[in-house]
Design a protein around this ligand. Sequence first.
Ligand SMILES: Nc1ncnc2c1ncn2[C@@H]1O[C@H](COP(=O)(O)OP(=O)(O)OP(=O)(O)O)[C@@H](O)[C@H]1O
Length: 220
Amino acid sequence: MSKPAKPSKTPPLLRVRGLTKKFGDIEVLSGVDLTVTAGRALALRGRNGAGKSTLLRCVTGVDAPTAGSVELDGEPVDERSVAVRRDLAIVLDDMDFFPDLSVIEHLDLFARAHGVPDAEALVDAVVEEVRLTAQAAQLPGTLSSGQKRRLALASAFVRPRRLLVLDEPEARLDQAGLEWLTERLLKEKADGLGILLASHDPDLVKAVADRVLDLDELSP
Ligand SMILES: Nc1ncnc2c1ncn2[C@@H]1O[C@H](COP(=O)(O)OP(=O)(O)OP(=O)(O)O)[C@@H](O)[C@H]1O
């Protein structure tokens, strides 16, 4: 009798090992290990101040961990190689916009800077999808807080990506926006993207996440 085939193990897209972050004497994260594979989503949960944003900032190389390593497809994220920058789409909590570029100009800049062919058609489609068509010519300073959030999220969907890192993507979205976000993230997973998100929305986590890491349970 022939042996059953071994299930093939997909190597993780993102691998975090022993990530520790201290601010002065205070250790916010203590030896966190996690992986995200293609087509799967890992959600970070935890009380205010548990360290979710800190972890995402360290994972994306925006902030330096005190100890530990972060690799995207085996490449250290902190070295910010072209491959890492191309594959990693980040939407953090405090996204800044150029004050003198319109909605459409921001997205066009993102898409072209990342070498997207036929950027105009993609940008138009994403602007419509995030319901910013009427605001396409407006400057960021004139947008509502929810519209700014939609612009930040849109910037992740007009560029190449293999891993999406999202910090509370649901923040400030209305009900229709939440439904759109849920559907969009499920589609991203179906397209083979890995997703790492921090969220306080149990419905979003339930709908999208394959695994949940509760930072309260890891509190140092
Ligand atoms: N630059 C910094 N200097 C000092 N302390 C910091 C710094 N950044 C974050 N912290 C502290 O680290 C802890 C974790 O903060 P973090 O923003 O990661 O929490 P969070 O889980 O994302 O919280 P929330 O749910 O409120 O968004 C908090 O106690 C915060 O005050």
